[in-house]
Ligand binder design. Sequence first.
Ligand code: NAP
Length: 309
Amino acid sequence: MSRPHLAGLKGKHVVITGGSSGIGLAIAQRCAAEGAFLTLISRSSSKLAAARHHIASSLSCNPDRIQTKIADTSNATTIISAIEESFEWKPIDVLICNAGLAMAGMMGDVKEKDLDLVTKTNFLGCVYPIHAAIPLMKQRSLQNPSSIVIMSSLAGLVPLYGINVYSPTKYALKGLAELLLLELLPWNIRVNLVCPSFTKTNLLEEEYFGGNEIIRTIGRKLYSYNHKALESSDDVAMKTIEGVKTGEFLIFTNAQGASLGPLTRGLIPSESVGTFIIELLLMVPYRFVSLLWFLNAKKLVHKMNSKTM
Ligand SMILES: NC(=O)c1ccc[n+]([C@@H]2O[C@H](COP(=O)([O-])OP(=O)(O)OC[C@H]3O[C@@H](n4cnc5c(N)ncnc54)[C@H](OP(=O)(O)O)[C@@H]3O)[C@@H](O)[C@H]2O)c1
């Protein structure tokens, strides 16, 4: 077995955007349990204070190991300052760009300002902190391996119907991660692209499946959405941290995700020779499966929409 990229998180400084709830909070909790120092970044001071209290009290750890920073990832000035200040507290070993938003609705129906907010938060909200962190991380990376983790989604590999720019912003993160993978090769900074499936947090429960019957039905039939069988944020956190330690580029958090690997890996090589061979063998059957998926999607979208036209 090859050596892991990071042996452990004890004493490491992990910065998490969107660390105040859901998946980000679960990752923070696990990092703290391993002895990491944490900076949690989000927009709401009360959610940040509650998250810090929750982690410190549930693990009986010193709250001074956790700092919080109020910043909006869609605002370049505030998020760049938050990253620079985090680095002044302690050099950053792992930057996790996790903050994200979704707004339900079809592309032609939602307001421009909402499209703007989701695009900026999800895409530029990863670009800005990475842009600020890279020069600082590079300086010490040859002695200290470090990682940049980008929270995408299976919706960044398969178009998620009814949620306007959410899916496209997550696709864009794959492009960002692939570019960074090449750009950072000379430094000891690993890039990880995490692609969770539907996870039990506030994000999709309320935003995606909240109201619209067409979207709910298509979600169930096309993506096997089942609100009783969602991934837990703790499972996603566990798989994310495992993948960051081993240094995997594409991190899938469940079997549904892993099964999409062969179709969605693009130009990025497989993690091992074994995976490469399996993916090669699956390529032809997968082209048939994707054709069947698309034909089914076409039928379903026509059928559901014809009822309301
Ligand atoms: N839930 C899923 O099914 C699922 C699946 C795949 C991927 N993901 C991805 O996982 C990430 C976390 O989502 P989640 O499900 O854990 O949702 P969540 O519970 O709603 O958490 C979102 C976090 O992001 C923060 N945030 C949102 N907008 C922000 C902004 N502009 N600036 C700074 N912080 C911001 C929120 O805090 P404040 O409100 O205080 O700012 C919160 O801490 C997202 O990128 C999401 O796309 C989720």
